[in-house]
Design a protein around this ligand. Structure first.
Ligand code: HEC
Length: 119
């Protein structure tokens, strides 16, 4: 009996562990969403899908997996060309919050970052 309980409980736990956030992470995402609404929504949209031909969608695996450094640089320094992103003045904490937000919203998933001092 115990063996069967384990066989059922373990996969359920694994699914739960992957799909849910801790309360700390939820609070982080809530703060990130406020930063996003204030500073990013005008170009990238409420659904993160941007505006075709002008502003890129943020809904894609690269955003979550590869581009933490690129995202931090773009937000902090801008793209450096006309029509690109302009530098946005945020505190390090706000930057961490908004990057975690875009990397963990709209189906994007990534590990949470806590530090950008090396980015
Ligand atoms: C004035 C419009 C504008 C605002 C406001 C803006 N962006 Fe952008 N964003 C752009 C444009 C244009 C690009 C593409 C430029 C480039 O690739 O250099 C871009 C690119 C990006 C990318 C890279 C996308 C990719 O394909 O790798 C990320 C991540 C991003 N923005 C996040 C943000 C976040 C987070 C905020 C708010 C803190 C923000 N942007 C605010 C216009 C904007």
């Amino acid at each position: 009996m115990n063996k069967y309980l384990f066989l059922i409980a373990f996969p359920l736990f694994a699914v739960y562990a992957c799909s849910s956030y801790t309360s700390e992470q939820k609070a982080m995402l809530e703060r990130g969403s406020e930063v996003y609404i204030t500073h990013c929504v005008s170009c990238h949209g409420t659904n993160g899908d941007g505006m075709q031909g002008a502003y890129p969608s943020l809904i894609k695996p690269e955003i979550a997996q590869l581009h933490t450094e690129r995202a931090v640089k773009l937000i902090r320094d801008g793209s450096g060309f006309e029509g690109g992103m302009k530098p946005i003045s945020l505190t390090d904490q706000e930057l961490i919050e908004v990057v975690n937000y875009i990397q963990n919203t709209w189906g994007n998933r990534a590990e949470f970052i806590a530090d950008i001092s090396n980015k």
